[in-house]
Design a binder for this molecule. Sequence first.
Ligand code: ADP
Ligand code: MG
Length: 644
Amino acid sequence: MSTQKHAFQAEVAQLLHLVTHSLYSNKEIFLRELVSNASDACDKLRFEALADPSLYGEQPALEIRIAIDKDARTLTVTDTGIGMSEAEAVAHLGTIAKSGTREFMGKLSGDQKADAQLIGQFGVGFYSGFIVADRITVESRRAGLPPEAGVRWVSTGAGDFEVEAITRAERGTSVILHLREDALDFADGWRIRELIGKYSDHIALPIKMEGEQWEDGQEEGQPGRMVKTGEWETVNQATALWARPRKDITDEQYVQFYEQTAHDWQPPLAWTHNRVEGSTEYTQLLYIPSHAPMDLWERERKAGVKLYVRRVFIMDDAEQLLPRYLRFVKGVVDSADLPLNVSRELLQESRDVKAIREGNTRRVLGLLEDLAKAEPAEAPPAEGGDDKAAAPRDKYAAFWREFGAVLKEGLGEDHANRERIAKLLRYASTTTDTPTVSLADYKARMKEGQKAIYYITADTLAAARNSPQIEIFRKKDIEVLLMTDRVDEWALSHLREFDGTPLQSVAKGAVDLGDLQDEAEKKAAEEAAEHVKPLLDRLRAALRDQVEDVRVTTRLVDSPACLVVKDGGMSTQLARLLKQAGQPVPDTRPVLEINPEHALVRKLADSPRFDDLAHILYDQALLAEGGLPEDPAGYVRRVNALLV
Ligand code: ADP
Ligand code: MG
């Protein structure tokens, strides 16, 4: 039998260093991680055995056993789950496959509490064993392989590990921690029971420990001690929480269950738990997390809802159970109707799944509506250090801050619920920098004669707020919603109106303030337009490669010019984003609108440098909305020529 040495993947070595050096004051989390791996391993076996029941062999029970050997100073976590072959042990316990790991490294802050949460989120759980162990031995045998195909993996957590073939009678895995001197308090049965109660009570598998009892010293004066009784006792609740009636479950138990299933150690914002009866029967326990995971925007991101069928775990990331725009939701769905051998393909076609998905969507939207109702209108921002759970009244603001941009995708994705989603939207506006303005709030404040809900999209709040396009709105004290999420423009293209009032981008089309403009203003504008006609022609000629048209506007107050796109056209901001992302962009040119009252515009007509000034006007309008001149050096040259 030969032993083979393997080096850890560089990232693992780095991670190990961080784990052991940054988590020493939060040691106990290792147990939670190892139990969660053991539980995952049992779930995997259960799932594979649906197709091949012989995998259970002569050991049908799925369970976790924790054993302590005080003399050897070891703590062993054993499971009867799927196990690992030698190749799997090398691959899974020597590398980090997850793409987010590099990001994880960057996020480590040195704040132990925050870092401990990250460890769980990134699934680097196994290595947390090295917080308390100076050596870890893993012995395993994969389900379906013979006893001689066992593997032993040993490492001190420094640079490399060794593997050798062993004979192992039992299927599954034992993780043996050789406890460090300063972690010997974990070699105590009561301490471990306490930690299981804290972290792993609702693992839906029995976690067993050997019973202990007190034995007096044999002779006078000799101290007594705890001895093992030889009986294995289940030390956790081991029931599926969601299957119990709501009234029997405390808030603490709900939170704890969330932490275990979602691998998120920050309490959730809210949850909803229901047994749904009728033509499709299922139980849903769905949570809204209090903070966004780092991979929320990754396209490959896994969905957060686990699917069970009659308490049997089927799959982890059942994306069919909720629409994509609710991908932040975590939790469990347990169906009474689906077959146990349901595949992903089958899920896609199942009518039951469709009903569950619709039911889940309604519940989550209802939950969000409740949170929004509890919120004071125009809540003050809940910013800064928020490791405290959000106060009940700040919950919707917290939700919106973390997930609002995702929810907006629903406008385009879920037409059936578009109105409900529209009511949940919140934006910053010219009246407030915090995104707290609902469309209903806006409507309630609309001016006499105002016929549209006005909004502007920009890269940043400052750019939106200072955009030339909204000058006239500011002057007339008309509120404009300021939108700065990438998704806004696309999302709004699916929401043409709210409650009978059209939504109108102030950067699209000619501005028509309708009844908000008085007769005198309209007349003055017409006269000005007549007056500058020759100037417009000259500008059109000078800028024919840059713009679609040049026209006069009344929307500008302090700025000489701005760019707008034709009604229904793609905004220059979106076009820029797409271009940055390497996407094809339709070749549409903007319209240059000029302010005939502005001194610069007046000067233009008689200037000997007409061509240069025209280009400066255009480039500055581009700059004002966050764009860049096509020829930055040319721009600088022209401006400098003017300066000297
Ligand atoms: P994660 O659990 O998020 O995948 P871990 O670092 O906790 O990350 O575990 C790494 C991998 O090691 C697991 O994905 C799994 O393949 C393997 N593994 C760990 N513990 C066990 C176990 N008890 N039984 C089988 N495989 C395991
Ligand atoms: Mg894990």
